[in-house]
Design a protein around this ligand. Sequence first.
Ligand code: SAM
Ligand code: SF4
Length: 330
Amino acid sequence: MIDQYGRKIEYVRISLTDRCNLRCQYCMPECGIEKISHDDILSLEEVLHVVKLLADCGIRKVRLTGGEPLLRRGIVDLIREIKAIENIEQIFLTTNGVLLSNMADDLINAGVNGFNISLDTLNEKTFEKITRRNLFKKVFESIQKLIDSGVEIKLNCVPIAGVNEEDILKIVELARDNFIKVRFIELMPIGCAVDFKGIPIGEVKSKIESIYGKLISHSAFIIPNYQGPAKYFTLNGFKGQIGFIDAIDHKFCNSCNRIRLTANGFLKLCLNSNAGLDIKSLLRSNADDQKIFEAIKQAIYNKPKEHHFNVECRMQNAKLNFNAMYQIGG
Ligand code: SAM
Ligand code: SF4
């Protein structure tokens, strides 16, 4: 459907849990999080119910995320059922990769069209420092397995000053040697991330170009009406592509096509705003589908115009207690 600013909203990102088996320093506190009680999390039946209503509102693409979505029991059946909903065309998964190697075949058979896997470093020690867990081998095993399977994968790296700047070129090499997308995402000042300094995308590009030569724009001619947040490039001699998501300085709000559903059932309309709809309460108040459908349509219509992640409002955002990334799902 079209919102009040004329944007076509057709993509929902669903956080299935805010729990995680890693503790990335820029995302989650070391001690973990205050657990949402089981009753406050949408059941898988409720998630399915919401996706059906969202499909009626024009949603065509679904991404499951978290926390770590592969921790949610029943995820394979959920994917199969979401894929069977009329008008849902594609389903993707964003994961840290720890559990992926064992589950990949089932997930692909259930209908997952592609995977985003977080990879901030290729160095085992740095991985342990960032994630506070010694699980790099598991993640890399998953990545290798998926590359071999030929399914679409994107590796997502968040470059952070003093943390993983030495890893940028090594991660780029994965796109040189494989037909995959490697993406660099600017750190957003949310939750624990306010204590870190993200490396601006311009600096990441310069570092890459100083070694590999000029980045060659790829997005425009491969996908003519491409409107996603990432801008894709390739390099001479590379099999894969490099993507950059420069969310802070180069806003993509005017072409934003996405909404989010949090694990506790809140339809969140913008990453950087508390505007939205408490769908869980509606579902549990025995409201009929027509009423929920109308409420969802109204909420989507009112999607905020833009986010306000910039240096000036960094502190303000931190104080305003917007959801953390592990709650929103990225
Ligand atoms: N656990 C899964 C994972 O790590 O892929 C899914 C959830 S995680 C919140 C999704 C993505 O958000 C990850 O790629 C992570 O690096 C990214 N992320 C977390 N905090 C971020 C921040 N403050 N700014 C930008 N990206 C962030
Ligand atoms: Fe977990 Fe993903 Fe956050 Fe890391 S980025 S703590 S893997 S939710």
